[in-house]
Design a protein around this ligand. Structure first.
Ligand code: KIV
Ligand code: ZN
Length: 504
C-alpha cells in the first residue's frame, strides 16, 4: 500500500445527489461519471442502487462504461441493498460495495432501535455478504463523529476481520471540530494498524468540512470522501476542489502526501455539475466560485499586475479556468469547433458532434460572441438529453395588460397538437398549455433563470423542479436565447424525465 497517496473518493453522484434539488437522470449521471474519470478520481460512488430502479440503472450504466476508475454503490447493512449493489456493479472492471450502519448511541437507540451487539452482528453479516459480490468492501460507522471510540474500535475490529478493506468514519452531522476529529482519527489509525485504509467523510454544517478533512489527513486518514462544489445532504460535503488544492498548494505542510487528481479538470468538472444540477456555487466559493480569482480592490489589482503572487496563491489556469475568451463565431468551421470541444474535455461521437455543431451554428446566427460557457452549455444539453416523448415544435407568446398568453404546438407520438392558454405571466401560460396538451398536471416547485455567459444577448438557462401527479419532483433544464423558450424546454424536459422514471 502506498502510504503517501490520498485516495479521492468522490460521492457527487450519491451524497451530492442528496442535495435538495440535485436529482439527476441516468444520462446526466453518465456524463458526470466520465468527467470524474478524466478528473482522476480514484473511487466514484455512483449511487445507491437499492434506492429506486432509476438509481440501479444509473449505477449499472456507469459500471458498464467506466474504464479506469473504481465504481462503488452505497448500501445499508441489509441483504436487499447489498444484493442490488452487487448486481448493479457486476459489469464494472473495478468495483466496491460500501455498506454502513449507524454506531452512535443516539442513532442506535432512536433510529435503529438496536442494541450495540446486534449492530456489530448486522455489520459483520453485511460485510461478509458484500464480499460474495466483490472483493473490495468499505464499511462506514454512520455518525462516527458522535460514536463512543471504544465501541467504534470493537465494531471496526469485527468488520475488518469479516473482510472490510476500508473503514470510513463519517462526521455525518458536521458537528466536530478539526482538533477533535484529528484525535479520533489518529487513535483509530493506530488501532487499525494498517489492517484497513482509514477514510473520512465530513459534512459541512458548521462550515468545517474541508478543514476537518485536512486535519484527518494529517492525522493519518488515507482516503477522503468529498463532492464537486461541496454539494450534498443539508449544508453539503467536503469540497473535492478545496481539499485537493489545499494539499497541492501547501506542500510545505502536506508533502510527501499527494493526490492523483488532474487539477486542470477541476473547473470543467465544477461547471458540468453546476450546469446539470442547476446548483451554482456561491460567488465567493473557494477555488470554483465566480469571484475566486477576481480582484476588485485597486490595491489588489495593482499588486497582481506588478507580481501575481502578491495576492494570488493559486493560478486560475492551474484549475483549468481559462479566461472566458471569445472563442468562435459564425464563420468558424467544424474543425475549429471540434478542437474547441476537445480542449473543453468533451468526447463526442460523430452524430452528437454533428448535432452540437448545427446548434452552435444556429446560435452563432443569433449571438455575436460565443464563449466557452456557451459551448459547454450547448454540449451539456445535447449529451444529457433524454428521449423526447413530448417535443415543442412552435411557441408563440404575448404579454401586455394583466394577462399573458401562450400558443404552443407539441409533437407526441408523431402527432402535433396545438393549444393556447392565458396565465399570470408568460411562463405560467406556457406551463398551463403543456399541462393541458399532455394531460399531466405539474406543480412548479422551483424556477430559476441564469445567464450562461455575458452580454445582453446571453443564452438563458432555465432550471425547473416540477412535481407531476404527486410523485417526487423532477428537474428539467432548458437553454435558449429567448428566456420563455428556455422555460418551455425546461418544463417539457422535466415532463419527459418524469415519464422516463415512471416507465422504469
Ligand atoms: O454522512 C454519512 O454518514 C454518509 C454515510 C452513508 C457514509 O453519507
Ligand atoms: Zn454523508
Amino acid at each position: 500500500m502506498n502510504n503517501n497517496k490520498i485516495i479521492i473518493f468522490d460521492t457527487t453522484l450519491r451524497d451530492g445527489e442528496q442535495s435538495p434539488g440535485a436529482s439527476m437522470n441516468t444520462a446526466e449521471k453518465l456524463q458526470i461519471a466520465l468527467q470524474l474519470e478524466r478528473l482522476g478520481v480514484d473511487v466514484m460512488e455512483a449511487g445507491f442502487a437499492a434506492a429506486s430502479p432509476g438509481d440501479f440503472d444509473a449505477v449499472n450504466q456507469i459500471a458498464k462504461q467506466a474504464s479506469n476508475i473504481r465504481v462503488c454503490s452505497l448500501s445499508r447493512a441489509v441483504e436487499r441493498d447489498i444484493k442490488a449493489a452487487g448486481e448493479a456493479l457486476a459489469p464494472a472492471k473495478y468495483k466496491r460495495i460500501h455498506t454502513f450502519i449507524a454506531t452512535s448511541p443516539i442513532h442506535m437507540e432512536y433510529k435503529l432501535k438496536m442494541q450495540p451487539q446486534e449492530v456489530i452482528k448486522r455489520a459483520v453479516e453485511a460485510v461478509k455478504y458484500a464480499k460474495t459480490f466483490c472483493d473490495d468492501v468499505e464499511f462506514s460507522c454512520e455518525d462516527a463523529g458522535r460514536t463512543d471510540i471504544n465501541f467504534m474500535k470493537e465494531i471496526c475490529d469485527a468488520v475488518i476481520e469479516a473482510g472490510a478493506g476500508t473503514i470510513n468514519l463519517p462526521d455525518t452531522v458536521g458537528y466536530r471540530l478539526p482538533t477533535e476529529l484529528s484525535k479520533m482519527v489518529s487513535e483509530m489509525v493506530e488501532f487499525i494498524n494498517n489492517r484497513a485504509i482509514v477514510s473520512v467523510h465530513n459534512h459541512n454544517d458548521l462550515g468545517l468540512a474541508t478543514a476537518n478533512s485536512l486535519a484527518c489527513i494529517l492525522a493519518g486518514a488515507r482516503q477522503v470522501e468529498c463532492t464537486i462544489n461541496g454539494i450534498g445532504e443539508r449544508a453539503g460535503n467536503a469540497a473535492l476542489e478545496e481539499i485537493v488544492m489545499a494539499i497541492k498548494t501547501r506542500q510545505d505542510i502536506f508533502a510527501p502526501l499527494y493526490t492523483d487528481i488532474i487539477a486542470k479538470e477541476i473547473y470543467p468538472s465544477s461547471r458540468l455539475i453546476a450546469s446539470i444540477t442547476g446548483i451554482e456555487p456561491q460567488p465567493n466559493k473557494a477555488i470554483v466560485g465566480k469571484n475566486a480569482f477576481a480582484h476588485e480592490s485597486g490595491i489588489h489589482q495593482d499588486g497582481v499586475l506588478k507580481h501575481k503572487e502578491t495576492y494570488e496563491i493559486i493560478s486560475a489556469q492551474s484549475i483549468g479556468l481559462e479566461q472566458n475568451s471569445l472563442v468562435l463565431g459564425k464563420h468558424s468551421g467544424r474543425h475549429a469547433f471540434k478542437d474547441k470541444l476537445v480542449s473543453l474535455g468533451f468526447d463526442l461521437d460523430v452524430d452528437a458532434l454533428n448535432t452540437a455543431f448545427d446548434k452552435f451554428k444556429q446560435l452563432a446566427d443569433k449571438k455575436k460572441e460565443i464563449f466557452d460557457d456557451d459551448i459547454r452549455a450547448l454540449v451539456a444539453e445535447e449529451i444529457t438529453k433524454i428521449p423526447q416523448v413530448y417535443e415543442i415544435v412552435e411557441l408563440l407568446q404575448s404579454s401586455g395588460g394583466s394577462l399573458a398568453s401562450a400558443s404552443i404546438s407539441i409533437k407526441h407520438d408523431d402527432q402535433i397538437t396545438s393549444d393556447s392558454a392565458l396565465g399570470n405571466g408568460t411562463a405560467d401560460a406556457i406551463f398551463k398549455v403543456i399541462d393541458r396538451i399532455s394531460n399531466i398536471n405539474g406543480v412548479l416547485k422551483d424556477y430559476k433563470v441564469t445567464a450562461v455567459s455575458q452580454g445582453k444577448d446571453a443564452l438563458a438557462k432555465v432550471d425547473v423542479k416540477v412535481e407531476f401527479e404527486g410523485h417526487n419532483a423532477v428537474m428539467g433544464h432548458g437553454l435558449d436565447i429567448d428566456t420563455m423558450k428556455a422555460s418551455a424546454k425546461a418544463y417539457i424536459g422535466a415532463l419527459n424525465s418524469y415519464l422516463r422514471i415512471k416507465d422504469l
